[in-house]
Design a protein around this ligand. Structure first.
Ligand code: ZN
Length: 502
């Protein structure tokens, strides 16, 4: 062990705890329907609300038992001190690295493994690192990190590192295979970042990955296996453009650019899916641009024939007010996906359950204008967009008090109290009615409905349309540019590994 590395030897207590421990990693919210940037708008528009209902996982239960969870649309939303940049980015001329938060670990260790049987760890400010036997469990503690090597085995050993900064984890040099977490292999390097703003036992697991290596794992999870190659290529360009904008948006404001889940875009990590790898390779360096800058190419699963403008459903206010993200003319994109299984659906909730969820969300979000309501007398649509998608609801309670809800807030409120996906709303394109003590909601589509409709793209691709034709339809006025990679030092995940042999 290097003298100056800051590592402290195993303790008896640590050995005891380590051998005692056995953890289960639960992968939450695995979606069977393409998800696409699903709740980014809701997340962004509520960044000022730490402790909001958005912390709750919309697809899992919120029981205490688990564990290091894979990111869904969830977790505490940071409140960056600095404002976002005013301008969208120019398309990059060299391949950037994207920081992907794979898990928000709260009160449980981060458990990582590598097929070589070793992992190399280093405190950000330490002069040197150290190699540990895999699996390794990492616990944030008040003044640093506790590391258990050979976690869960009889050889488990316990170490302490005084380090307030992030803990870097690397695969051993010249080793094959990626670092594994929660049963998945992820590309790139790992930073474990403490989240003292939440509590002393909280940390985020962030993988740093070259953008072109990140994208296949997005496509593999965002699209169905049987879908057209041209859909995959259109999705690759949209996902790349979206990612580039997120990187610019968050660069100096947060320790990750995207999450590996619905709140950004899904990410499976490393993938061998040929269709996904080919689509990314065949569109390498291609970005969607408008006025010379990259378009934050939001997309969602299915617009249900009722697309939304980004200014309505994403609402970050600064980057979305551009032609490609807003509905240009009525009917332009309607009925693109009418044969999709999620094009039309119905949900129903008891009035009391509905009111409870709305009141709870309004309370947690600090929205005194939205509650508390005393029961519900009527629920009507008072505003629709140009293609007929419900935008605003007016709800009158039993006292005759009126509350005006954005449709997207209503969806978030209902889903924040949902117990599983069957119990939640797929979109905010809703036609409500009250019938026999229940709220009946006729819904359309899945997701926010802004930008590309994935089902619509697939129907276009099936009818022979090119990736560019698909993108021109869903982002009117935007064009695709191919950026030459001027930097010869383009990083790959293997090149990023600079750790010693065990
Ligand atoms: Zn559609």
């Amino acid at each position: 062990m290097a003298v100056n590395s800051g590592w402290q030897a195993p303790s008896q207590a640590g050995r005891f705890i380590a051998t005692l421990a056995a953890i289960v990693i639960v992968a939450w919210g695995y979606m069977t329907i393409p998800s696409g940037c699903e709740t980014e708008g809701a997340v962004r528009s509520r960044t000022a609300l730490p402790g909001s209902p958005l912390e709750k996982n919309s697809t899992g239960s919120s029981t205490a038992a688990p564990i290091a969870r894979v990111d869904g649309a969830t977790d505490v939303v940071e409140k960056p001190k600095t404002p976002p940049p005013l301008q969208r980015p120019f398309p990059p001329t060299s391949q950037p690295n994207i920081r992907v938060r794979v898990a928000a670990v709260r009160d449980e260790p981060v458990q990582l493994t590598h097929s070589s049987g070793w992992l190399w760890l280093k405190g950000e400010n330490a002069q040197s690192g150290r190699t540990f036997r895999s699996p390794v469990a990492v616990y944030p503690v008040n003044d640093g990190w506790r590391i258990v090597e050979a976690f869960g085995t009889t050889q488990a050993d316990n170490y302490r590192l005084k380090e307030i900064g992030p803990l870097q984890v690397r695969a051993p040099q010249n080793s094959r295979g990626d670092i594994q977490f929660g049963g998945n292999a992820y590309l790139g390097n790992v930073n474990i970042v403490r989240r003292a703003d939440i509590n002393e036992n909280a940390a985020d697991l962030v993988f740093v990955v070259p953008l072109e290596e990140y994208l296949p794992g997005v496509l593999a999870k965002e699209l169905f296996k049987g879908w057209q190659a041209n859909t995959y290529q259109a999705q690759a360009i949209a996902a790349r453009s979206y990612a580039a904008c997120e990187m610019e948006w968050w660069r100096n404001r947060r320790h990750y650019d995207v999450v590996a889940g619905q709140a950004s875009q899904a990410w499976v990590g490393a993938t061998s899916d040929a269709k996904s790898l080919d689509a990314v390779a065949n569109t390498r360096g291609q970005y969607l641009v408008f006025d010379g800058r990259v378009v934050p190419a939001y997309y969602s699963s299915c617009c249900g024939g009722l697309p939304s403008s980004a200014v309505d459903s994403i609402r970050d206010g600064t980057w979305t007010q551009i032609t490609p993200l807003n509905i240009a003319d009525k009917g332009r994109r309607t009925m693109c996906c009418e044969k999709a299984p999620v094009a039309k659906w119905q949900a129903s909730f008891s009035i009391s359950e509905t009111v409870d969820r709305m009141n709870e969300w309004a309370k947690q979000a600090g929205r005194k204008d939205l509650g508390p309501m005393n029961g519900m007398k009527s629920f009507v649509v008072v505003d629709k967009n140009s293609v007929g998608r419900s935008m605003t609801f007016l709800i009158t309670d039993k006292n005759g008090k009126r509350f005006t809800w954005d449709a997207s807030d209503f969806r978030v409120a209902l889903n924040s109290g949902a117990n599983g996906s069957r119990d939640s709303l797929k979109s905010s394109a809703l036609e409500p009615r009250i019938d026999g003590g229940r709220l009946i909601l006729d819904g359309r589509g899945y997701g926010h409905g802004a930008g590309m409709c994935q089902y619509g793209a697939e129907f276009m691709a099936k009818s022979g349309k090119s990736p560019r034709a698909i993108l021109e339809r869903y982002y009117p006025g935007a064009t695709v540019v191919t950026m030459p990679e001027t930097s010869s030092a383009t990083a790959t995940s293997s090149a990023l590994v600079s750790s010693p042999k065990p």
